[in-house]
Design a protein around this ligand. Structure first.
Ligand code: SAM
Length: 357
């Protein structure tokens, strides 16, 4: 099996769950050889996918050799022929030994090589011809880099877009991969339809429910005109607490339900306690309905409210009491995963639920 280094995005716990769920859903056998907060090294039975399918992976390197002894590394590298041209921009993300080795090698081979020292952002990597990454004893050549610019069009240009209300495309992709869905996604609180849009772009059918589905309606119509969408979608103006009225059966749910009103000034205790009661009822009623129709995973977001030094959250185990769903126990991370993007006051928990009966 060949080995690959996956460079994880900002939310590394989610990224590793995304990667392992993605591989499992595709029945690709794998072994995690090494992991830390930034990297996962995996041996893979096959590599037949693109970094574009992920939301939380920023680069992928193919391991070209595995060693810790510098003399042996030099010997082994000398035996490898690389296909770079005679004028390149490059980066060596590792140690001085590797940097010196390649500097010498380029000089010796008559390659005009310009070193870029900091390529922490994928956009810098995209401009390189050759990039080497060392993680522990694994030395890899970068073979794919994510390009967030690609998302911009389908994010900000869609007819209905409000930065404060919508889930990011990156997170939508991560959650869809975590759901392990193969054919269909239901989002019962679909809002502007971000999750549905990403499911359609991943060649899955999409069903959206919202109290007011007109934003999603406009966005998905626009998507169908501007992108190559072959799958079908269905939108329902309806209540997530009555899902089984509109849908008989579905594969997976991926959703960011109502999280309470947008608060510019922050939360106060009285409001938060009232909200907690209201949201507990909403989540319980919605999950009882989902229990009737969902076969696979439910991936959902729940709010965590911060009041001064206190955190108030929903009691998900209690909410799930009357359903046959429980939190998935993963060997790759603790569920729920905390998701707390910069500049937002609202912290989110990401729950992965699976049927236990
Ligand atoms: C946090 S937003 C979802 C945003 C969405 N992820 C996006 O990217 O646009 C929650 C949505 O739930 C809807 N909603 C609230 N209560 C609902 C209910 N009982 N049934 C269905 N939709 C509901 C709201 O109209 C809102 O669009």
């Amino acid at each position: 099996m060949e080995k690959y280094i996956f460079v994880l995005g900002r939310d590394n716990e989610l990224s590793i769950l995304e990667l392992t769920s993605f591989l499992e859903a595709r029945n690709i056998n794998f072994d995690v050889e090494y992991r830390d907060d930034q990297y996962v090294v995996v041996s893979l039975e096959r590599f037949d996918f693109s970094i574009r399918e992920f939301g939380g992976i920023t680069k992928i390197a193919k391991v070209i050799l595995e060693n810790i002894n510098n003399e042996e590394i030099e010997y082994e590298l000398n035996r490898i022929t690389f296909d770079y041209g005679n004028k390149i921009r490059y980066s060596i993300n590792g140690d001085n030994f590797l940097r010196d080795y390649f500097k010498e090698r380029f000089k010796h081979e008559g390659v005009k090589a310009y070193l870029k020292s900091d390529v922490s952002r994928p956009s810098d990597s995209l401009r390189l011809d050759f990039e080497i990454l060392r993680v522990k004893n694994f030395i890899g050549r970068i073979i794919q880099v994510s390009n967030p610019e690609e998302y911009k069009k389908r994010d900000e240009k869609r007819p209905r877009f409000d930065e404060k209300r919508v889930i990011s495309i990156r997170l939508a992709k991560i959650l869809i991969n975590i759901s392990k869905a193969k054919t269909e996604i239901l989002d019962p609180f679909c809002g502007t339809g971000t999750i549905l849009q990403e499911a359609l772009l991943k060649h899955m059918d999409a069903i959206g429910v919202d109290k007011d589905a007109k934003d999603a309606e406009m966005n998905l119509k626009w998507l169908a005109v501007n992108f190559d969408i072959k799958n079908k979608y269905k939108l329902v103006n309806g209540d997530a607490r009555e899902l089984s009225k509109y849908i008989d059966k579905t594969e997976c749910v991926v959703t960011e339900p109502y999280l309470g009103p947008f608060m510019k000034e922050g939360y106060n205790k009285e409001l938060v306690l009232r909200l907690k009661e209201e949201l507990t009822r909403l989540y319980r009623d919605f999950l009882c309905e989902a229990d009737k129709i969902v076969r696979g995973r439910i991936v959902l977001i729940a709010p965590v409210f911060k009041i001064k030094r206190d955190f108030v959250k929903l009691d998900m185990n209690d909410i799930l009491r009357n359903t046959k769903f429980s939190a998935y126990k993963s060997e790759y991370g603790k569920i729920p995963v905390i998701y707390s993007p910069h500049r937002t006051r609202l912290i989110r928990e990401i729950w992965i639920l699976e049927r236990f009966k």
